[in-house]
Design a binder for this molecule. Structure first.
Ligand SMILES: *Cc1c(COP(=O)(O)O)cnc(C)c1O
Length: 363
């Protein structure tokens, strides 16, 4: 094979990606297990057929209507008062994050994240020549002021807090986010991909936007909204940052189709909230069950659970795949992550796990 003249730091690297294996029960990428309802699908079809005749034109570069709808959604969801110019949408929150790194990162800049966490942060840094640094969370995966102080001591330009965190599910206390906002002069990014699954009464970092122009809260429609396939994520931040992101975004980055289908889903947010409530309950029930079986389970405010620990997690993972259940090997060694599925899928997971680990219920 000929060697391609690619960037030196990319030689020998493998692309990000969970295995996509066609088994009956797929609980590996934290998707919402419920697809859009027939009513939503009908509205999608209508919206796409209406815009079809205008697809010869470029999309609204500023996604004005979608941004207004997203602001309304957040205002209701988190009792804030944001406007369209506080919102910046892109093709998944992954693209938003990469744009933020293109804007605030670069060869002389650094970012700190808190391990174990989402592995993509390191990739965004690599792609934008930003130095990636990490600070370990406490043993129980929490973050507190001493952990934050270790991050501050590295004098980074950007700090990313993930709450609820992936793959641990851990929620960061708002008092710790406030501590960071008060003591860090750089850009604070709070990745709230799983925010809708947080326990009732837990505040969102969007409640801190009004007073902190260097705070960016990143959200997505991939998880709670059952819309991973549509690729829509967004930042909620100051209008100054929204303006600045436009320096690095590709022209017309968000297609007319994406903008329209996102707006349709937002009209159905009440219906989707019902599923979120059910998934939260399934999560809490599954966590209790796992503990009853003697597993360790990290407290989760997301739509997945990190559990363990296993001497050979790869073997457990492989045997679950043989039983038709796909979960994820991620996080510290010995732990596995399972996404919350439908009640039937969760039951299939339990049955398969008991089989694989030779435990009998009640023992
Ligand atoms: C799933 C996930 C995302 C979402 O990415 P999209 O590009 O919006 O699909 C972002 N951050 C974390 C931590 C995630 O787990």
């Amino acid at each position: 094979m000929t060697e391609l003249p690619i960037r030196k730091d990319l030689v020998g690297k493998s692309p990000y990606g969970a295995p996509q294996i066609a088994v009956p029960v797929r609980l590996n990428t934290n998707e919402n297990p419920f697809g859009p309802s027939p009513e939503l699908v009908a509205e999608l079809a209508k919206a796409v057929s209406e815009l079809g005749p205008n697809l010869n034109r470029y999309p609204d570069r500023d996604a004005t209507e979608l941004r207004a709808d997203l602001a309304n959604y957040l205002n209701t969801e988190s009792q804030v008062s944001l406007a369209a110019d506080n919102i910046w949408p892109a093709n998944g929150s992954n693209e938003v994050m990469q744009q933020l790194l293109q804007l605030f990162g670069g060869p002389d800049k650094s970012l700190v994240a808190f391990d174990p966490t989402y592995s993509m942060y390191e990739d965004y840094c690599r792609n934008t020549f930003t130095k990636y640094l990490s600070v370990a969370r406490n043993e129980d995966f929490t973050i507190d002021k001493s952990v934050l102080d270790s991050a501050l001591a590295l004098h980074p330009d950007i700090i990313v807090l993930t709450s609820p965190n992936n793959p641990t599910g851990t929620i960061i206390d708002m008092s710790d986010i406030d501590y960071l906002l008060a003591n860090f002069p750089g850009v604070v990014v709070v990745d709230e991909a799983y925010a809708e699954f947080r326990p009732a009464g837990t505040p969102s970092a969007v409640s801190r936007l009004a007073k902190n122009p260097r705070l960016v809260v990143v959200r997505t429609m991939s998880k709670a909204f059952s819309y991973a396939g549509a690729r829509v994520g967004y930042a909620a931040t100051s209008s100054e940052i929204v303006q600045a992101i436009q320096l690095v975004r590709l022209p017309y980055h968000l297609s007319t189709v994406t903008q329209a289908v996102a707006r349709v889903a937002l009209r159905f947010s009440d219906e989707l909230q019902g599923q979120v409530t059910l998934l939260r309950k399934e999560r809490d029930d599954l966590a209790s069950w796992l503990k009853e079986q003697g597993f360790e389970v990290a407290p989760s405010g997301a739509n997945f659970l990190l559990f363990g620990t296993f001497g050979d997690r790869n073997q457990v993972w492989e045997q679950l795949v043989e039983q038709g259940v796909l979960i994820r090997q991620t996080g510290p060694s010995g732990w596995l992550r399972v996404s919350i599925g439908t009640p039937e899928e969760n039951q299939a997971f339990k049955t398969a796990l008991l089989q694989v680990t030779n435990r009998t219920n009640g023992k």
